[in-house]
Design a protein around this ligand. Structure first.
Ligand code: PMV
Length: 325
C-alpha cells in the first residue's frame, strides 16, 4: 500500500495555453515538451485505514491550497480504485515550486504514478497520462519518456500524452536559469482562462498545428537552429497572449529580458543558444553540450545571483524504491 515515484519536470516547446474544456482539463491545442533530468519531484503515498483525513506534506510543509489540490486528485484515483481510505503523502521538489518551473507537472506526474500503484491499479502509460492531466495539464507530458507530445483530443480518453522520441535521442543541454524564487502572482489556471480574451488567441490556434509539425520535424532531423527558432517564437507568442489578455499578465522580470538579449548577442558571435519561458520569469535555454559552460559563465556575468540547473532530456515518471517515509 506504499509506493514512491520520481517524475521529471518538463519544458514545453509548444505550449499549452488556454483550455477547450475546463472540467476535463482538455487543452485548446496539442503541445510538445521535453523532460528535464535535473528538475524533479519525488512523491511517496501510503494508504492507511487508520487515517481520518489525508496528510499532505510538500517540501516539508503542510499548505492548505496544495493539500486541497492533492486531495482532489487522490479522490479521482480513489474513485477509480473503488476505495475510500485516506493516505499520507510526502513530496519533495529539487527546485523552487510555483516559480514557473513546472513543479505542478512533475508533482502531479509523480503523485499519479505513486497513488495508482499504491492502490493496486494496473494502468497503461496512456491511462496514467490522462489521469495526470486531470491534476495539471502539463503533468500528462511528464509521464512518458524524452520528447513528448500531448494530443489535445476531444474527450478524457483521447487527450493523452505519448513519447515522440526517447530521452537519449538527442543529447542537447537545457539550462533552467532561476532568476527569482518568489512564488508567481498569477498561476497557470488563471492564465488559461484569460488566454481567449487576447485578440491574438484566435490567430494562434489557427496556426498552431503547423507549429507543432515544425517542432516535431526539427527534433526528428536534429536540426538545432530550426528547433531553436521555433521554440523562441513560441515562447514569445505565449507571452504576447499573456500580455494582451484581460487582465494582462506580465510574467517577465527585467532579468528575463536581459537573458533574451544575451542569447541574441551570443548567437551574433556564433554560439547557438535559444530561449524559452513557461508562465514565469525564468528563462530556459537550449544549447549544445559543448557550449553549456561558456553560456553559463556569460549568464552569471550578465545577471548576478542566478542559479543555473543544467539538464539533459530525461526519461519520464518511474517508480523508485527509496520511500520518503
Ligand atoms: O499544466 P498547467 O496548467 O500548469 O499549464 C502549463 C502552462 C505552461 O507551462 C505555460 C505551458 C506548458 O505547456 O507547460
Amino acid at each position: 500500500m506504499k509506493a514512491t515515484a520520481k517524475a521529471p519536470s518538463n519544458i514545453a516547446l509548444i505550449k499549452f495555453w488556454g483550455k477547450a474544456n475546463e472540467k476535463l482539463n482538455l487543452p485548446a491545442n496539442s503541445s510538445i515538451s521535453v523532460n528535464l533530468s535535473n528538475l524533479y519531484s519525488i512523491t511517496t503515498v501510503e494508504f492507511d485505514p487508520k487515517l481520518k483525513k489525508d496528510i499532505v506534506i510538500i517540501d516539508g510543509s503542510k499548505e492548505q491550497k496544495e493539500t486541497l489540490r492533492t486531495t482532489k486528485h487522490l479522490d479521482v484515483i480513489r474513485k477509480l480504485a473503488g476505495i475510500k481510505t485516506h493516505a499520507k503523502i510526502a513530496s519533495n521538489n529539487n527546485f523552487p515550486k510555483g516559480s514557473g518551473l513546472a513543479s505542478s507537472a512533475s508533482g502531479f506526474a509523480a503523485l499519479t504514478l505513486a497513488t495508482t500503484t499504491a492502490t493496486g491499479l494496473k494502468l497503461s502509460e496512456k491511462e496514467l497520462t490522462t489521469i495526470a492531466r486531470l491534476g495539471s495539464g502539463s503533468a500528462s507530458r511528464s509521464i512518458p519518456d524524452g520528447f513528448v507530445k500531448w494530443e489535445k483530443g476531444t474527450n478524457h480518453q483521447s487527450s493523452y500524452a505519448h513519447s515522440l522520441f526517447p530521452a537519449n535521442y538527442w543529447k542537447i543541454a537545457i539550462l533552467a536559469i532561476i532568476i527569482s524564487t518568489d512564488q508567481k502572482k498569477t498561476g497557470s489556471t488563471e492564465g488559461h482562462s484569460t488566454a481567449p480574451s487576447s485578440p491574438f488567441f484566435k490567430t494562434r490556434i489557427q496556426n498552431i498545428e503547423n507549429k507543432v509539425k515544425e517542432v516535431e520535424t526539427a527534433i526528428r532531423k536534429k536540426n538545432f537552429e530550426r528547433l531553436g527558432n521555433a521554440i523562441e517564437q513560441e515562447a514569445l507568442e505565449l507571452h504576447s497572449i499573456a500580455l494582451t489578455s484581460t487582465p494582462p499578465i506580465i510574467y517577465w522580470l527585467p532579468e528575463s529580458i536581459r537573458i533574451m538579449r544575451l542569447c541574441q548577442k551570443l548567437r551574433e558571435n556564433g554560439t547557438s543558444v535559444y530561449f524559452t519561458f513557461d508562465a514565469g520569469p525564468q528563462p530556459v535555454l537550449f544549447c549544445l553540450q559543448k557550449d553549456s559552460q561558456k553560456i553559463a559563465k556569460a549568464i552569471k556575468s550578465e545577471v548576478k545571483r542566478t542559479r543555473i540547473i543544467q539538464s539533459l532530456p530525461s526519461v519520464g515518471a518511474k517508480l523508485i524504491k527509496n520511500h520518503l517515509f
